[in-house]
Design a protein around this ligand. Structure first.
Ligand SMILES: [Zn+2]
Length: 376
């Protein structure tokens, strides 16, 4: 049996005492079984809906019995990051659902309809920041800003799904990062109080992009970092005070010992299949040497290709980084981290996050161990 989140207790039991101690410092988890008792009149519907739950030949009595048994007894694993209180509920019945590449024609038509919009003609149809634009027409100001400094990186290709093409290369990722950095450095030169840079990419409407043409967003805050970034810094500082250890090093090491990490020769970045994902298929790239880390654009490009293989179309990318300018002591251990999360099928109407994700623990179907397998 391949490793799976529902076997987390067995996986953790194989760790060396030292690795186990580190795991226990960072994580706690609970296993339970959801008992579901369907009436006979539901059984045909269930076997149709959850046919993937049995490996027996479909249609046989053994297959039917196994599917029904697995629906009646659903293993749930609730994982808590004890340091940050990020927490995720995994349900195996949902997790086993195979990835089926869906027809993208309608989505592509939707994308094509918006060709010729503002980001196709940025000089005519987008505002600029006070210092102008970076790279000719590669950036603009957000017409409805949500912080004092707000800009966009406009991608060359209209389709935000260009990353799925074979022609999409790591150089394009590197260029996006370079343009964003130059924009932030220009902001900081103009306003030295503006230090707290955040870069993100919302891909498609399902990930909250209001303009379809591919673009990333950049904001630079003053006085303090964006809330969740500051939360993480404080949690890591508390961890150091309590254990005398570096939270981020331990965070990476725990994922490595569980087989959830990918690190390539010659690179200074590690890609993790997050053990407490905020939503589906969350990857975290932790960089050792900031935005200059060797292999960062390549790792981000590989992450996009993993998403391509898993048929992820709508996603958010977020880059956490220490403040611009002189590195203050309280940020000394804070590495650059790139988060990517799948936001679900753009063709479905329902939102992928609800009350659970906003206020409690995230409910996630995809198994981080399966995602780690897809990283290889
Ligand atoms: Zn366009």
């Amino acid at each position: 049996m391949p490793p799976a989140i529902t076997k987390l207790d067995e996986i953790v039991a194989t760790l060396s005492p030292e690795d186990r101690t580190r795991f226990d410092r960072l994580y706690d988890f609970n296993r339970s079984t959801a008992r579901v008792l369907p009436p006979e009149t539901m059984e045909d519907w269930i076997t149709g809906q959850f046919k993937y739950l049995s490996e027996e030949p479909q249609g046989t009595p053994e297959w039917r019995a196994q599917v029904l048994d697995r629906v009646r007894h659903q293993p749930i694993v609730h994982v808590l990051n004890r340091v940050t209180c990020q927490a995720t509920l995994f349900n195996a019945v949902r997790a086993l659902k195979p990835v089926e590449a869906k027809d993208a024609t309608e989505i592509e038509e939707e994308i094509e309809k918006t060709r010729g919009g503002p980001f196709c003609r940025p000089l005519q149809l987008t505002p600029e920041n006070t210092f102008g634009r970076i790279g000719g027409a590669k950036t603009c100001a957000n017409v409805a800003a949500y912080d004092g400094w707000h800009g966009m990186v406009i991608f060359e290709e209209h389709s935000p799904l260009a990353f799925r093409e074979d022609a999409y290369r790591p150089e394009q990722v590197a260029d996006m990062l370079a343009v964003a950095r130059e924009w932030a450095a220009t902001v900081h030169a103009e306003d030295t109080e503006a230090r707290f840079f955040f870069l993100m990419w919302n891909c498609l409407w399902k990930a909250a992009a209001s303009i379809i043409h591919g673009h990333a967003q950049m904001v630079v805050g003053r006085k303090f970092h964006y809330g969740k970034v500051e939360r993480l810094r404080r949690d890591a500082a508390a961890y150091r005070a309590e254990h005398g250890a570096d939270y981020f090093e331990d965070f990476v090491a725990v994922h490595e010992t569980l087989g959830l990490a990918d690190r390539r020769d010659g690179e200074a970045v590690t890609t993790l299949a997050h053990l407490t994902p905020i939503k589906e298929r969350e990857l975290v790239i932790v960089a050792d040497d900031g935005l200059d880390s060797a292999g960062l654009p390549q790792a981000l490009w590989r992450a996009l290709k993993i998403y391509t293989r898993l048929d992820v179309k709508a996603f958010n990318m977020a880059v956490y980084m220490p403040p611009l300018g002189d590195r203050k002591k309280e940020w000394a251990d804070f590495p650059v981290q790139v988060y990517l999360v799948d936001r679900g099928d753009p063709a479905t109407k329902s939102a992928d996050i609800g009350g659970m994700e906003l206020y409690t623990s995230s409910v996630v179907s995809s198994d981080p161990f399966a995602l780690a397998e897809a990283m290889k």
